[in-house]
Design a protein around this ligand. Structure first.
Ligand SMILES: Cc1cc2nc3c(=O)[nH]c(=O)nc-3n(C[C@H](O)[C@H](O)[C@H](O)COP(=O)(O)O)c2cc1C
Length: 163
């Protein structure tokens, strides 16, 4: 059975909800093993053992979160030229923008020659004041539905071997 690895970082819960929704969609679709891992726990071996990926990160200071960047810092060269063609989706949780983090994820995935199954999906939580940014997040159900659908699409494609 193929494996879908969902790696995420989250501080106030928004990205975690996106990653969990993607995992739920993939599990409901069935036909693949789904691993949901906080980015600091994911190793090069975990990535190498996976057939497809979801990378889910908050945008922070115009970039992906440091915890997610750390995953790529640790894994990029050990896995260079070993993941070609594997499918992935990028999820970004943002207070107001998200484009910077999405671009970074795309560039790294391009370096690994991964295949995007969809454009990066950005959920905006509309948090711009210090209080709003530090508050726990509850994502809109439409955003969670989109993440669920992406997870299901990745699972279906992996199970059918269409990627
Ligand atoms: C230090 C810091 C920097 C941030 N910078 C950005 C930013 O550059 N662009 C943006 O859209 N949101 C920014 N945000 C808002 C977060 O993306 C938002 O709070 C999001 O919900 C964080 O994801 P999480 O709930 O999974 O922790 C920032 C938040 C923090 C704490």
């Amino acid at each position: 059975m193929k494996t879908l690895l969902i790696a995420y970082a989250s501080f106030t819960g928004g990205t975690r909800q996106m990653a969990e929704a993607a995992a739920e969609g993939a599990r409901e679709e069935g036909g693949v093993a789904v691993r949901l891992l906080p980015a600091p726990q994911a190793t090069p071996e975990d990535l190498l053992a996976a057939d497809g990926f979801v990378f889910a990160t908050p945008e922070m200071l115009g970039s992906m979160a440091g915890l997610m960047k750390d995953l790529f810092d640790r894994c990029y060269y050990p896995l260079l030229e070993r993941l070609q063609g594997r499918p992935y989706a990028a999820l970004v949780c943002a207070g107001s923008d998200g484009q910077g983090a999405a671009r970074q994820l795309e560039r790294i995935a391009t370096g690994w020659r991964l295949k995007a199954v969809a454009p990066p999906f950005i959920a905006c939580v509309h948090a711009q004041t210090p209080d709003a940014i530090q508050a726990p997040k509850q994502l809109a159900s439409a955003d969670l539905d989109a993440c669920r659908e992406l997870g299901a699409a990745l699972a279906a494609g992996l199970a059918l071997g269409v990627f």
